[in-house]
Structures are given as structure tokens and as C-alpha cells.
Design a protein around this ligand. Structure first.
Ligand SMILES: *[C@@H]1O[C@H](CO)[C@@H](O)[C@H](O)[C@H]1NC(C)=O
Ligand SMILES: *[C@@H]1O[C@H](CO)[C@@H](O)[C@H](O)[C@H]1NC(C)=O
Ligand SMILES: *[C@@H]1O[C@H](CO)[C@@H](O)[C@H](O)[C@H]1NC(C)=O
Ligand SMILES: *[C@@H]1O[C@H](CO)[C@@H](O)[C@H](O)[C@H]1NC(C)=O
Ligand SMILES: *[C@@H]1O[C@H](CO)[C@@H](O)[C@H](O)[C@H]1NC(C)=O
Ligand SMILES: *[C@@H]1O[C@H](CO)[C@@H](O)[C@H](O)[C@H]1NC(C)=O
Ligand SMILES: *[C@@H]1O[C@H](CO)[C@@H](O)[C@H](O)[C@H]1NC(C)=O
Ligand SMILES: *[C@@H]1O[C@H](CO)[C@@H](O)[C@H](O)[C@H]1NC(C)=O
Ligand SMILES: *[C@@H]1O[C@H](CO)[C@@H](O)[C@H](O)[C@H]1NC(C)=O
Length: 592
């Protein structure tokens, strides 16, 4: 029991963290029909709305006491919830965000999300300022980081999940009756989670930079200040950095290293990451940038070499950091050129550009075995895109946009920009369905996101039609997306296509901020005619709604083999029955 007391007393030492920026003016999402109006304003109203809505989505995912933030609760249909979280460990683990359309709180996809938001804001903070969304960015980040601080009550302890997946999957309803108990799951030195520790360290490190606007991170000579001066808060910045360092130290010194899933098992299988090496290297690199300390850079470089991370063709998502690592190494070579020369390991822009461009070019050239473009033009990764197709495509678009200005030639710059634009436009309506995959942005946006609180439904057996109309508009949420045939069924029970999640949305604010900084004209959806989306006929046939009565792959293979043998048997019969005719026909053909 003594460790519980230690944890509890540590939690009392955490400073009360409430000060935040106050939004001025306040922002409320406009109704979807506003998406039909072309904007000639600077900044572009439509891109400002995409940015504003995509952050509003994170407000709708909040758990805990909703008035604790600086600007209170913007989402009038949400209530305080899960106020006992952490009690099983004598801790306050209230707050944070629900991960998706349900009610578990999962640390791993949260840290991926915070990392992506912070990294984007570090270089494109000006977009948030233009759209007057910096206060909401601050609100979203703090709601995440403040919870992550609670979830990291001592050096080696990090809570990786709150709420049981099994219990949660059996519940479909509002936020007032969320089933309890909601157990908390920690990793610690006896049950290590190298991936979870590292990913949290990476998110904390970039967060600490964001709250230190005087820190330099200039990718190009014309860079604007990296982030909004209004975010400056050295107290908060140091607090985030101290958590980054301590998590990294534990990740680096604990052996054997292990994923949190290997340590904790099925209870945390919702986000079972497949390895820790990529997360470890990303965290070392993030700390190298945040601290300008060469020992972190050395760890990153040595890890990259010894774990053989070169030339890998992985997606960027909560489970894989690979392409983000390539881009970040290139950025370090530009922004921290003096790092670690004393060991002959000077940052090497030529080498890192080669690594990054080999990766991007394999996507552009179609040499990336697992990826291709759908007929409608969406970048699709077999496997990774099957249960949420838009997320990996938006992640690559974000990486290409940020890398394009520092590419090795103008030609590559143009290619990466063009490809990224194509992906973004697909998501925003330039697709065979005329669907705009952001909820509430346009009349053709999805009407039925798979979200228990937004749906207003309580009948888990009739999620699709009960109630017939979704109770609340979940503004700013990007849904899972279409299948590889570009078709999209807007069905609430089809979680493959219509679920929403923290990590799905992680790139959208940055993509919008990039367009604002660039003063781009309207997003594609402005030219999409209302009413041109309709639900396709037939069945989707995906993991949520499998066809053929929900047969497993094994059963399907069995049937296929049976059919092949059956056909062979029939052919053999025909052959025997007609053997004389066939022999005559054969001889004739042979003679000719
Ligand atoms: C800076 O952040 C700390 C920690 O969240 C907070 O207590 C403090 O009030 C903030 N200062 C300002 C000026 O916002
Ligand atoms: C929030 O509480 C109100 C009042 O009880 C209820 O009508 C509403 O459905 C709740 N919201 C959710 C998301 O459950
Ligand atoms: C360490 O983690 C394991 C697995 O989650 C847990 O059972 C145990 O209680 C934890 N130990 C401490 C001291 O928190
Ligand atoms: C980075 O850009 C800022 C703003 O343009 C400038 O003040 C600063 O000197 C630059 N730093 C470096 C290292 O180039
Ligand atoms: C990480 O661990 C290695 C091996 O123990 C050590 O050499 C290195 O200094 C550590 N890195 C940091 C930043 O402490
Ligand atoms: C460029 O990268 C590729 C793939 O990572 C690698 O095989 C090749 O050796 C690299 N070439 C140079 C000149 O660095
Ligand atoms: C990082 O450290 C190097 C070596 O001490 C120094 O030359 C460089 O100016 C530092 N860069 C930043 C951004 O602090
Ligand atoms: C620079 O990168 C290239 C290509 O990856 C590599 O061949 C070379 O050894 C690197 N140089 C240093 C000093 O790391
Ligand atoms: C910014 O503008 C340039 C020039 O028009 C374009 O090529 C590039 O794709 C734009 N960048 C982004 C992030 O949209």
C-alpha cells in the first residue's frame, strides 16, 4: 500500500494548472450551409472555420469537469463525466479526452495527437493567430498535457488507459451513465512501456518548445517566428520539459525495453503498438531539438542505426513514427546544425534529405508496395487504411507540406506540394462521392458519425437508426473515411467509415493553419454542390459490417477452396463423359 501513498502525495504536489489564454472573439461553429459561401476575406473564412471546427471537436471529446478550462464548456450537449477516474490508485485521473466514439481514455493515441498538434503549431502558429484560434489551441493542448501530467505521477509510472475496453464496448449511450468501474492501467519499471513513455516524452518536449516562443526553430530563412508569442509561459514550458526528461530517462534506462501491450496484455489491446524503437528515436530527437543537447541526438542517431530504421516504408500514425522521424532528422540538420560535431556525427542534411525523399518518392512513383492511389485519388495503404482510410493520407499530406520547402530541389518541392494538395482536396470534397469528410462543414458532410455521446442513442443493437437523426452535430470531426473503392456509407454503426477519434483529427488543425499562413483561396468544398452526396446501394463489406453473414477470413478461404475443388470435380466429370469427342477434337486441332 505504501506506493499508493507515495503516488497520492506526489499528486498533491502538482501545481494547480488553470491559467490559459482567453479567446477573443469567441468562436462557435457556423451551420453546415456556411460551407457553400466562397470567401474573399484575408484570412480566408473557410480555412479559419476548418481550423476552428477541428479544435472544437477536441472540446466535444473532453472528459472530467468541463468548466475547468479557461473558457468553460463550449459544447452545450456535453456533461461532466468519469469523475471517479483514478480512485482505484488513490489518484485524480479525471480530465483528458475520450479516445473515439466511446469512453475509454487511451494515452498512446493522445500523445501521438499532442505531438502532431504541437509540431504543426511550432512552424505554423501564425495560422492560428490569423484565425484567432491560438487561445483554443492553448485550451486543447493544456486539456491534454494537464491530464498527461496527472497520468505521470512519478518518474516511472505512466497511466496508459482508463476504462476497460470490454465494459466500454458493451455500452452505447450518453455521458451520464458511463459504466463503472473504470480501472486505470499503469506501466512502471516492473511492467515497462518503452513506447508509451517515449511517445509521451516526445509530446511533452515539443509542447515545452511551443510555450517558449523565443526558442529558434527556423526551417527556412524566411521563417516567421515559430509560434505565437501569446503562448509564452516559461513556468508551463519548464513543467512540460521536466516531464519529457523524466519519461525519457526511464525509457532509456529501463531494460529490457518492451511495449506497454507486451507488459499489460489484452486489457490495453485497443491501441496495442507493434514496437517501441520508433517511439524511442522520436522522443530522443524531440528532446534534442527542445534542449539543444547532443546526448539526446546521439541516442536518436544510434537508435536509428542499431534498430535499422533506414529505408522503412511505414505509415505515420499512432503505431508508427517512421516517416515523421525522417522529416524530423532533416529539420534537425537545418535548425540545429551545430549539434554533436564533437563526435563526428554532424547533422547531415544531404543524408537525411535522401532518406526522406526516398520515402516520399516511393509513394509518388508507386514503388511503395503496400500503398497505391484509389481510382478517385486517395492514398491508400493496404492494412493501415482498411479501418480508417483518411487518417494515413492526411498524415502523409501534412509531412509532405512541411518538408516541401526544405526539399533538395524545386522540382521535388513542387511535387510534394502538389501531392499533398491532392490528398487534402480529396478529403474536402474532390472525390467520387462528392462527400466532405469533415462533420458539419458542408451540406454534404457526414450526418452520422459513430459517436455515442453525439448520437443521442442508447440502443446498442440499433445504432444505425436509433435515433433516426443524430442528436448533435459533432463539428470538426473527420470520419474514418471511404473504402478502397472510394465509396462511403454514412451509417452510424459502420465504425470503419464513420467513427471519429483524437488521432484521426490530429493533422487537420495543422493542415488548415498551413493554408492560412499561405493565404490559400477557398477549400475545395465551396464548389461542391449541396445534395450531390447520396448513400451508395449495396453493402459496404468492411470490418464493421462484413458481407456474407460476417464470415471470417478462414471461413471465406475454406469456401473458396471448396468451390475450386467442386469446379475441378465437375470439369473432370465432363471430361470423362465427353472423352471421345475431346480426343477427336484434340487430334483435329493437332493435325492443323
Ligand atoms: C503560466 O502557466 C502556469 C502553469 O499552467 C500558470 O499557473 C500561470 O498562471 C501561467 N501564467 C500566465 C501569465 O498565464
Ligand atoms: C447531458 O445531460 C443532459 C441532461 O441530463 C442530457 O439530456 C444529455 O443527453 C446529456 N448529454 C450526453 C452526451 O449524454
Ligand atoms: C506496476 O504496473 C502493474 C501493471 O499495470 C500494476 O499491476 C502494478 O500495480 C504497478 N505497480 C505500481 C507500484 O504501481
Ligand atoms: C529565426 O527567425 C526569427 C524570426 O524571423 C529571427 O528573429 C531569428 O533570428 C531566426 N533565427 C535564426 C537562428 O536564424
Ligand atoms: C541513454 O542510455 C545510454 C545507455 O545507457 C547512455 O549512454 C545515454 O547517455 C543515455 N542518454 C541520455 C540522454 O541520458
Ligand atoms: C539514399 O537512401 C537510400 C535509401 O534509404 C540508401 O539506400 C542510399 O544508400 C542513400 N544514398 C546516399 C547517397 O546516401
Ligand atoms: C546549440 O548548440 C550549439 C553548440 O553549442 C550552438 O552552436 C548553437 O547555437 C545552439 N543552438 C541553439 C538553437 O541554441
Ligand atoms: C551523411 O549521410 C550520407 C547518406 O545517408 C551518409 O553516406 C554519410 O555517411 C553521412 N555523413 C555523416 C557525417 O553522417
Ligand atoms: C503554399 O503556396 C505555394 C505556392 O503557391 C504552394 O506551392 C504550396 O503548396 C503551398 N503550401 C501549402 C502548405 O499549401
Amino acid at each position: 500500500m505504501s506506493h499508493l501513498l507515495i503516488l497520492f502525495s506526489l499528486s498533491l504536489c502538482i501545481p494547480s494548472i488553470t491559467a490559459q489564454l482567453t479567446p477573443s472573439p469567441t468562436y462557435t461553429p457556423p451551420t453546415a450551409s456556411a460551407g457553400l459561401a466562397s470567401s474573399t476575406a484575408t484570412p480566408n473564412t473557410q480555412w479559419s472555420n476548418i481550423l476552428g471546427n477541428s479544435l472544437y471537436f477536441y472540446d466535444a471529446q473532453r472528459s472530467g469537469r468541463l468548466n475547468e478550462g479557461a473558457y468553460g464548456n463550449r459544447v452545450e450537449w456535453r456533461n461532466d463525466s468519469a469523475l471517479q477516474d483514478g480512485e482505484d490508485y488513490g489518484l485524480d485521473l479525471t480530465g483528458g479526452f475520450y479516445d473515439a466514439g466511446d469512453y475509454i481514455k487511451a494515452t498512446f493515441p493522445l500523445t501521438f495527437t499532442l505531438f502532431a498538434l504541437a509540431w504543426g503549431a511550432l512552424t505554423h502558429g501564425e495560422g492560428y493567430d490569423q484565425a484567432q484560434q491560438t487561445a483554443y489551441l492553448d485550451g486543447t493542448l493544456r486539456w491534454g498535457y494537464d491530464w498527461l501530467i496527472k497520468a505521470h505521477p512519478s518518474d516511472d509510472v505512466l497511466f496508459v488507459q482508463v476504462g476497460s475496453g470490454d465494459v466500454d464496448n458493451a455500452y452505447w449511450g450518453g455521458d451520464e451513465n458511463i459504466p463503472t468501474p473504470r480501472p486505470a492501467y499503469p506501466v512502471n519499471s516492473s511492467s515497462p512501456g518503452t513506447d508509451a513513455w517515449s511517445s509521451a516524452a516526445a509530446a511533452f518536449a515539443l509542447g515545452s518548445m511551443l510555450y517558449t516562443p523565443s526558442i529558434s526553430y527556423n526551417l527556412t530563412s524566411s521563417s516567421s517566428p515559430p509560434t505565437s508569442p501569446s503562448l509564452e509561459n516559461s513556468t508551463y514550458s519548464s513543467l512540460l520539459l521536466s516531464h519529457a526528461r523524466s519519461l525519457y530517462d526511464v525509457a532509456n534506462s529501463t531494460s529490457p525495453k518492451s511495449t506497454y501491450y507486451e507488459s499489460l496484455g489484452e486489457e490495453v489491446s485497443a491501441y496495442a503498438s507493434s514496437n517501441w524503437q520508433d517511439d524511442y528515436v522520436l522522443s530522443a530527437l524531440s528532446l534534442a531539438i527542445a534542449t539543444n543537447q547532443s546526448d539526446y541526438y546521439l541516442d536518436a542517431y544510434n537508435g536509428y542505426v542499431s534498430y535499422a530504421l533506414s529505408g522503412l516504408k511505414e505509415v505515420w500514425n499512432w503505431d508508427s513514427a517512421i516517416p515523421a522521424i525522417y522529416v524530423m532528422f532533416s529539420e534537425v540538420a537545418i535548425t540545429r546544425p551545430g549539434l554533436a560535431p564533437e563526435v563526428g556525427l554532424d547533422t547531415n542534411l544531404t543524408g537525411w534529405r535522401n532518406e526522406t525523399e526516398a520515402y516520399f518518392d516511393s509513394i509518388l512513383d508507386g514503388n511503395f508496395k503496400r500503398s497505391y492511389l484509389t481510382k478517385g485519388g486517395l492514398l491508400y495503404f493496404d492494412g493501415d487504411s482498411d479501418e480508417a482510410s483518411l487518417n494515413p493520407a492526411m498524415a502523409i499530406a501534412m509531412l509532405m507540406f512541411r518538408y516541401a520547402p526544405i526539399a533538395s530541389s524545386q522540382e521535388k518541392t513542387d511535387q510534394y506540394n502538389a501531392f499533398a494538395h491532392g490528398q487534402l482536396e480529396y478529403m474536402l470534397g474532390n472525390n467520387p462521392m462528392n462527400a466532405v469528410y469533415l462533420v458539419g462543414s458542408h451540406p454534404n458532410s457526414p450526418q452520422n458519425p459513430h459517436s455515442a455521446p453525439a448520437s443521442g442513442g442508447t440502443d446498442i443493437l440499433h445504432i444505425r437508426n436509433s435515433p433516426p437523426t443524430e442528436a448533435h452535430v459533432l463539428y470538426g470531426a473527420m470520419v474514418g473515411g471511404p473504402l478502397d473503392n472510394d465509396r462511403f456509407w454514412d451509417w452510424r454503426d459502420d465504425w470503419v467509415q464513420t467513427e471519429i477519434a483524437l488521432d484521426y483529427n490530429a493533422m487537420i488543425p495543422t493542415l488548415a493553419a498551413m493554408q492560412l499562413v499561405n493565404q490559400t483561396s477557398d477549400p475545395y468544398y465551396v464548389q461542391v454542390q449541396a445534395g450531390t452526396y447520396s448513400i451508395p446501394s449495396g453493402q459496404p463489406c468492411d470490418a464493421a459490417l462484413p458481407c456474407g453473414g460476417g464470415l471470417s477470413k478462414g471461413a471465406k478461404a475454406g469456401i473458396a477452396i471448396g468451390v475450386i475443388f467442386g469446379v475441378l470435380f465437375i470439369l473432370a466429370g465432363i471430361f470423362y463423359w465427353k472423352r471421345k469427342q475431346i480426343a477427336r477434337w484434340w487430334r483435329k486441332g493437332y493435325r492443323r
